[in-house]
Write a protein that binds this ligand. Structure first.
Ligand SMILES: *Cc1c(COP(=O)(O)O)cnc(C)c1O
Length: 946
């Protein structure tokens, strides 16, 4: 074999460089450093039992074999997932482009203007199409969006509206079950009823209607909406965005909240995901929106600039006061969907919808000619045929001719048309119903009632009209991409977020049709390749974590947390201890932990940290004693969010177990453990992993993610399952946590390929290199910036926190100033102010070359010199390169210059920048201004005239 082993491509520093780095950190080799850093009592004595590492070529060949196990048929199943044509210009320049897919969540808005603009387009698109004023920047899928809408409705409903949520019988079946999973721990009662004859008796705080229904039926929902309002209920409409180009939108008939998916806007099936869910709301409840909201603000020069609005309200940051745990969303897919709308524009989308509708009417006509009754007269894209006793036979016949239909029950077949449906497909379907050549002459009759036709305009903003040619579109995408820093430009040293290499060989398979074009509810025998790949991946992850079983269904870390806590609750309940509801969470925990605990019906009790950053054992024991009878679980992160391998973790686990509680270890920091230690071996019962951190799924600018949940044997019966797919989880499970049986299955080949190509040794070496890199950076910065916490031997785990608070006290230069100044050096800032305010948390990962690590350290050290000049009075305390960072080209290329530093010092603080310079497109952004003047849709072009 002549290929370089993949591990040598994935791990940045060469073995010789690693040895030299260990020496800089004061150790004789990487092994010695790792032995010193990682407590012996958590080290595993059993090496990873994984197949031998494959080369890139071999892995792709094996993936081709797995792909060949999937059979791509034309899908007309519907149920919230539809065929769509991804425009090539979007496929290649967004989904297959590291400039877009390797970007991080836009917490540093100055270097994220491109993706923020794309997300603002997304919000504008959703808001326009649904007819509601404010939309967020994506949710995880339609089912969870509907569940978020339920809890939002519960919060805003007037007092006395009760705890019952009504779901119409024509809502998608997976949505109903995702809602049930979420409702139970919150004490919300779910009632499913047919509302076609009006609302049932009783009080409800909210009503969920599907528009068009799962059956395809299009109904006028305005009377129901009015009746629901009359009873004090909020109305949630799960609406199909493509249908809304033809149908009166929910906002125009009084709906309070609209939810749904944007999948059919150019995002492939992927066997269930990832796709962007959406939510939009009426005026008055926008501050209750879950997830992220992009808004318009001003930069230091008064120009318009985008950033995440109401950021402190980004739900999970509020911990136990949060109303949603969503963190990672579906940014990359939201970008794709928004660009689909930009490319087609309102008239293009309408034309697609008209064509889809016409195909459906052709089908209805053909079925009528065969004497087959169609259940609904009014529909958009889906018809249900009544065929007493013949449904199985018809579905089988169609599949033999290459088309999957929906088997509703023994007597009904559902057929959904989409952008890809041709007249040939219609003919094939009619053939399955028994049409022979004599039946000719198809009739087209519009099936949307006059009164329900949309009359209002949408997507009137110029951005949805300016990029119709492929050249224009290509350049628009490039222009936005160029505004941003992603991994294709610089390291992104984000503590807790593990921004490592997303290798091309890992990414390639996800757009192969055999993975991309499988409907989540296609017959399982057509998805054998997926089943095999998922089975292997789940078992590898179980081997890596030491757990008995792993489920990949949760489509973000936050969802894995909820699934894991529901498993804990299920376990206690099965033992007659359902009163156990206290969840202990250290004060340094990630915000999602507390938010998830509340969603799982638990009571959060915070455990203090010591000065040195560890869990305060005295406080822990006191809290355990106090809540002994009600203790459900502790949720800890390991290594801690302070980046330390805490020595006491085994004792923590033992104490909690002794009191009858379960141990949840947040696996976000697994990059410091793989191959060295197993969660299940040192005392944890349950964890989520973040495949978009440790296992190479790219961050996509804030999603997609996959947050598998892993458990020990006793919790296996309580893992997630799925109503439409018995194979996806145990019968006794907690219900679905995502809309699709295996969540975001479409991106699982990425993590599969990573593990397959690294093998046991490669994975362990990567962990060691990550720990080495963090300690190397800590050592190089030591003396310039204090490292806040260290563990054994003065070492850190895979990340380190540097403390800026003393500098701030002495010079007014803040951690934020340092973060923004790094932009002028062409670098992405580390994690700012988490888990400790006034600090920066640096996680270099194993993938960064030594040269890049040095570029970062050199920049930090040079910035420290600049701070010294402020301290010495050489630079004005309020007017210096740090306070004024980042500098745009426009702000420097001025006739007059009145600052205490030179233009060269601003732009080229180190010589290499003369050769390779990233120019920030905006100056520092005023966060408060944007929150006071909330604008969450595309601003008019005049706003950009200077
Ligand atoms: C990233 C992270 C999470 C949440 O994961 P998402 O995929 O963003 O939902 C939870 N805990 C920690 C420590 C994390 O770093």
């Amino acid at each position: 074999m002549t290929e370089v082993p993949f591990a040598a491509r994935h791990i940045g520093p060469s073995p010789a460089e690693r040895a030299a780095m260990a020496e800089t950190a004061g150790y004789d080799g990487v092994g010695a450093l790792v032995d010193a850093a990682v407590p012996a009592r958590i080290r595993t004595d059993r090496p990873l039992d994984l197949p031998p590492a494959l080369s890139e070529v071999e892995a792709l060949a094996r993936l081709r074999e797995l792909a060949a196990g999937n059979q791509v048929l034309t899908s007309m199943i519907g149920l919230g997932y539809h065929g769509t044509i991804t425009p090539g210009v979007i496929l290649r320049n967004v989904l297959e482009n590291p400039g877009w897919y390797t970007a991080y969540t836009p917490y540093q808005p100055e270097i994220s203007q491109g993706r923020l603009e794309a997300l603002l387009n997304f919000q504008t698109m959703v808001s326009d199409l649904t007819g509601l004023p404010v939309a967020n920047a994506s949710l995880l899928d339609e089912g969870t969006a509907a569940a978020e809408a339920m809890t939002l409705a519960h919060r805003v409903a007037p007092r006395g509206s009760g705890d019952t949520f009504l779901i119409d019988a024509d809502v998608l079946p997976q949505t109903v079950e995702v809602i049930r999973t979420r409702a139970v721990p919150l004490g919300i009662e779910v009632v499913v009823a047919d509302t076609s004859g009006g609302l049932p008796e009783g009080d409800f705080f909210g009503v969920l209607l599907q528009y068009p229904g799962a059956s395809g039926a299009v109904r006028d929902l305005s009377e129901l909406t009015e009746a629901a309002h009359g009873r004090g209920a909020q109305v949630v409409v799960a609406a199909d965005l493509l249908a809304l180009t033809l149908l009166r939108p929910p906002g125009e008939f009084g709906a309070d909240i609209a939810v749904g998916t944007t999948q059919r806007f150019g995002v492939p099936y992927g066997f269930g995901g990832p796709h962007a869910g959406y939510m939009s709301v009426r005026d008055g409840i926008q501050r209750q929106l879950p997830g992220r909201l992009v808004g318009v603000s001003l930069d230091a020069d008064g120009g318009p600039a985008y950033r995440l609005a109401l950021q402190t309200r980004e739900q999970h940051i509020r911990r136990e006061k949060a109303t949603s745990n969503i963190c990672t969303a579906q940014v990359l897919l939201a970008v794709m969907a928004s660009m689909y709308a930009v490319y087609h524009g309102p008239e293009g989308l309408t034309a697609i919808a008209e064509r889809v509708h016409e195909r459906a009417t052709l089908l209805r006509g053909g079925l009528g000619a065969l004497g087959v009754e169609v259940v609904h007269d009014d529909f958009f894209d889906t018809v249900v045929a009544r065929v007493p006793g013949r449904a199985h036979e018809i579905v089988r016949a169609a599949a033999e001719d290459g088309v999957n239909l929906r088997l509703v029950d023994d007597d009904h077949v559902g057929i959904s048309c989409d952008e890809t449906t041709t007249e040939d497909h219609v003919a094939t379907v009619l053939g399955a119903f028994g049409r022979t050549e004599e039946h000719t002459g198809l009739t087209r009759l519009e099936a949307i009632p006059r009164g329900l036709r949309r009359e209002s305009e949408f997507l009137t903003h110029p951005v949805f009209h300016a990029h119709r040619s492929e050249t224009a579109m290509l350049r628009y995408l490039r222009r936005l991409q160029d505004k941003d820093i992603a991994l294709d430009r610089s390291m992104i040293p984000l503590g807790s977020c593990t921004m490592k290499l997303n290798a091309t060989a890992e990414m390639e398979p996800i757009t192969w049709p055999e993975f991309a074009q499988i409907h989540p509810f296609a017959p399982l025998e057509q998805a054998r390749g997926y089943v095999e790949l998922i089975g292997e991946l789940e078992s590898w992850l179980a081997e890596i974590t030491g757990y008995a079983k792993v489920s990949v269904q949760p489509n973000a870390g936050s969802q894995g947390e909820l699934a894991g806590l529901l498993a804990v609750h299920g376990y206690h309940a099965a033992r007659g201890e359902s009163h156990r509801n206290v969840c202990l969470i250290p004060s340094s925990a990630h915000g999602t932990n507390a938010a998830s605990a509340v969603m799982a019906g638990m009571r959060v009790v915070v455990v203090k940290s010591t000065e040195s950053g560890d869990i305060d054992l005295d406080d822990l024991h006191a809290k355990i004693d106090k809540h002994r009878d009600d203790l459900a679980a502790i949720m800890v992160t390991y290594p801690s969010t302070h980046g330390i391998y805490e020595e006491t973790i085994t004792e923590v686990c033992e104490s909690v177990h002794a009191a009858g509680g379960q141990v949840y270890v947040d696996g976000a920091n697994l990059n410091a453990l793989v191959g060295l230690a197993r969660l299940g071996e040192f005392g944890a019962d349950v964890s989520h992993l973040n495949l978009h951190k440790t296992f190479c799924i790219p961050h996509g600018g804030g999603g997609p993610g996959v947050g598998p949940v892993g458990v020990r044997e006793h919790l296996v019966p309580f893992l997630p399952n799925h109503p439409l797919r018995a194979e996806a989880g145990p019968e006794t499970g907690s219900g679905p946590i995502s809309a699709a049986p295996w969540g975001s299955a479409g991106i699982l080949p990425i993590s599969w390929a990573y593990i397959a190509m690294m093998g046991a040794d490669g994975l362990r070496e990567a962990t060691e290199a990550a720990v080495l890199a963090a300690n190397y950076v800590a050592k190089r910065l030591d003396g310039h910036y204090p490292v806040l916490f260290t563990g054994r031997g003065g070492l850190v785990a895979h990340e380190c926190i540097i403390d800026i608070r003393k500098i701030t006290k002495e010079t007014k230069v803040t951690a934020e100033d340092v973060a923004k100044r790094l932009i002028d050096y062409g670098l992405h800032a580390p994690t700012l102010a988490f888990p400790v305010a006034g600090t920066l948390m640096i996680e270099p990962t194993e993938s960064e070359d030594r040269a890049e690590l040095d570029r970062f350290c050199d920049a930090m050290i040079e910035i420290r010199r600049e701070i010294e000049r402020v301290a010495a009075g050489e630079y004005d305390a309020d007017d210096n390169p740090l306070k004024n960072a980042p500098h745009t080209a426009a702000s420097l290329l001025t006739t007059e210059w009145k600052h205490s530093y030179t233009r060269e010092e601003a732009a080229y603080p180190v010589p290499s920048l003369r050769e390779n310079k990233y120019w920030s497109p905006v100056r520092r952004i005023d966060q408060a201004y944007g929150d006071r003047n909330l604008v969450c849709a595309c601003p008019p072009p005049e706003a950009f005239e200077s």
